[in-house]
Design a protein around this ligand. Structure first.
Ligand SMILES: Cc1cc2nc3c(=O)[nH]c(=O)nc-3n(C[C@H](O)[C@H](O)[C@H](O)COP(=O)(O)OP(=O)(O)OC[C@H]3O[C@@H](n4cnc5c(N)ncnc54)[C@H](O)[C@@H]3O)c2cc1C
Length: 384
């Protein structure tokens, strides 16, 4: 949607796409095979300011608008969902701390997150608490008279946990939801890598075990009781925008790869694209891409404007693009036939990653529940 971008946003979009073409495209498949990201690529991203994209300059960030952040995620999502997830979780933690953290927390962590000196992870999900966040069992207790909290619990499916230096951990203190920053080096923190995922294999997922972990109570982010109502929503808003735009990039990848292949592959002496049924698949992909573009741009723009509908727009963008990405990845493999099933084809990687986008940052069903409630709540605004 170039016409909706300022010249500066267009220039940055071109820069992001050039970076991805040079430094991500040639290696994305190998990283998935290795199930790890090399530290060099994260250092390069940090050097370009990508890890502190939305943080203010006072904390060593770029202070880019959310539309530009969306372009960044779309460009990376075209090539590597795993690498994009580093942008996702870094922004989730950074923006939650920026909004709700105490001054000393911002001064300690934000410049280090922006520079890539520290990678962050957002530790919410537990083995028995995914969509149902009331079921969190990670427990914080106060050690009387010491200003220290003791934490016990398990967090699962945590992106970047294998490389993270700090975790934003959600749990409960005296039955009140609590968010707390826990450095990786704290005694009692154990990280067990999760391997063999169907996609996002290089995203460094791990299970985090916390056994009698002692942290100073000054690490609490916002007041006890505010973790799920205030801290988490800021993180999830950026997580949804990032994932929506990453899925849009994946969708663009499916579309471009399919158009090229259908133009060049000959069947019966004619290009595949001459067949009406193939054109139908391409038409659906192209239309989804155009619609997803508008929804993502709308989500980013309204977030920039702090508009009341920003939450609903981020939900709608993530809801639509994640499902459209699944459809497009499936069709992109279909159009390529056997070639599309081999790992040397980007479409096989897209296929594995697309489905995960329907699970992360709230599943499709959770989005339907939230969006359905929001739309029903707007009944009074309908003129009938
Ligand atoms: C690659 C990957 C990366 C991830 N990264 C992170 C991370 O960095 N940090 C983190 O905290 N978590 C992370 N997660 C976990 C993710 O957020 C959860 O998987 C997700 O919230 C769903 O929870 P669940 O898997 O426990 O599924 P469940 O909540 O058990 O849901 C199972 C099924 O039931 C449906 N369902 C559940 N409740 C309802 C309802 N009320 N109405 C209708 N349907 C419902 C769901 O839609 C789903 O289809 C990651 C997961 C993956 C796969």
């Amino acid at each position: 949607m170039r016409y909706a971008l300022t010249e500066q946003q267009q220039a940055r979009q071109a820069e992001f796409r050039d970076f991805v073409a040079s430094h991500v495209d040639p290696h994305a498949a190998a990283w998935e095979r290795a199930q790890a990201l090399p530290s060099e690529i994260i250092t390069m991203m940090a050097g370009r300011g990508y890890l502190g994209a939305t943080l203010p300059t006072g904390y060593a960030g770029q202070a880019w608008d959310v539309v530009t952040f969306g372009q960044l995620n779309e460009a990376f999502g075209r090539s590597s969902s795993s690498l994009t997830s580093v942008l996702t979780v870094q922004a989730m933690v950074a923006m939650a701390v920026l909004k709700w953290g105490a001054r000393h927390q911002k001064e300690t962590w934000l410049p280090r997150l922006a520079s890539g000196e520290v990678i962050a992870a957002f530790a919410l999900t537990e083995p028995d608490a995914g969509s149902d966040l009331n079921a969190l069992t990670t427990e914080f207790t106060r050690r009387p008279g010491s200003g220290t909290l003791v934490v016990n619990g398990r967090k699962r499916w945590i992106t970047c946990a294998q490389i993270a230096g700090v975790f934003l951990v959600f749990g409960k203190l005296d039955e009140q939801p609590l968010a707390c920053l826990i450095p990786r080096s704290t005694p009692g923190v154990t990280i067990d890598p999760i391997r063999e995922l169907m996609g996002f294999r290089a995203a460094g997922l791990a299970t985090l075990s916390l056994v009698n972990v002692e942290v100073p109570s000054e690490n609490i982010v916002a007041k006890p009781g505010f973790a799920l109502s205030h801290v988490m929503p800021v993180g999830l808003q950026y997580g949804r925008i990032s994932t929506a735009c990453s899925a849009l990039g994946l969708l663009r990848g499916c579309f471009e790869e399919t158009v090229v292949y259908a133009s060049e592959r000959k069947v019966d002496g004619h290009p595949l694209g001459d067949i009406g049924m193939i054109r139908r698949l391409i038409a659906r992909m192209g239309t989804d891409l155009a619609a997803g573009n508008l929804l993502c741009h709308n989500a980013c723009r309204t977030e920039d404007e702090h508009a009341p509908e920003a939450f609903e727009n981020a939900l709608a963008a993530k809801y639509f693009t994640s499902q459209a990405a699944v459809r497009a990845a499936s069709d992109a493999v279909q159009v390529r036939g056997a070639v599309g099933c081999h790992e040397s084809s980007p479409t096989s990687r897209y296929y594995g990653s697309a489905k995960i986008m329907e699970i992360i940052e709230g599943t499709t069903q959770v989005h339907e529940d939230l969006l359905g409630k929001i739309y029903l709540g707007q009944r009074a605004m309908l003129r009938r």
